[in-house]
Design a binder for this molecule. Structure first.
Ligand SMILES: [Fe+2]
Ligand SMILES: [Fe+2]
Length: 247
């Protein structure tokens, strides 16, 4: 007998629904461009369609210009007003990685790399059922294992497309690794983790802490930085980068 279990709802289903344009809000055109790029890619990954570096670069360029022009706070307000859940998370992390590059005086090319890894880091979540991704209670061991597959799903997809820089592939695969070797998927440590990945990991954690979800209150900026500094003291993330991020 055929399996009657309905297919789980994923980000691709969310991405397929039209979302409200942020065009009138501060930095809205860049938020729209990044959100459309993300939704296209969530759909492409799920349907086995191709994607390309140019579309990510184009969306990233608009984000970089918008944040340089209006600053991070109004850009984040627009993201929060128009997007929720994983979409919001990816956009917030993109804003943070972009800001990190800009405020530490990186060249445009290096900022663009950080913007790209922010946009792409959780692309593998396209295949994780939303009921697991957005679950409010604690995850079972099996659900946690499913969530933990997202960096490799994203890496495999981008690798298969060709043309994405090795540092982007590496950051997507390794953004949940910790310097003390306690992360996943490969249990890398110290020198095995490059700078782009280290910066992305810090922005990813900070983004998750300050995000508002139905089931958790957002941390303040100060609380989030304190938590990251504690993780630095435990040897999980690089304290110097947290300090540069916080300054
Ligand atoms: Fe992730
Ligand atoms: Fe993330």
């Amino acid at each position: 007998m055929a399996d009657q279990t309905p297919a789980p709802i994923t980000l691709a289903d969310q991405a397929a629904a039209p979302f409200r344009s942020a065009a009138g809000a501060a930095g809205g055109a860049s938020v729209d461009a990044a959100a459309h790029m993300l939704s296209d890619m969530f759909l492409s990954l799920t349907n086995g369609r191709a994607t390309n570096v140019a579309s990510v670069t184009q969306a990233g360029d608009q984000v970089i210009d918008a944040i340089a022009e209006i600053g991070i706070a109004p850009w984040m307000d627009t993201v929060r007003a128009y997007h929720e859940g994983t979409f919001q998370h990816c956009l917030i992390v993109t804003g943070l990685t972009t800001l990190f590059g800009q405020k530490t005086g990186m060249r445009r090319r290096d900022v663009a790399l950080l913007t790209m890894v922010g946009l792409l880091h959780d692309i593998g979540k396209a295949r994780i059922p939303l009921e697991i991704l957005d679950k409010q209670g604690p995850l079972t061991e099996r659900e946690f294992a499913i969530i933990q597959s997202h960096p490799v799903i994203g890496y495999d997809y981008l690798l298969a497309q060709g043309g994405f820089p090795p540092s982007v592939l590496s950051a997507v695969r390794h953004h949940h690794e910790y310097l003390d070797g306690s992360g996943y998927p490969d249990g890398l440590s110290d020198a095995q983790i490059d700078d782009v990945t280290r910066i992305l990991t810090i922005c990813d954690i900070y983004g998750a802490l300050i995000e508002e979800r139905a089931y958790k209150k957002p941390k303040t900026r100060e609380e989030a930085i304190r938590i990251l500094l504690e993780m630095g003291a435990e040897g999980k993330v690089e304290t110097g980068l947290v300090q540069a991020f916080a300054s």
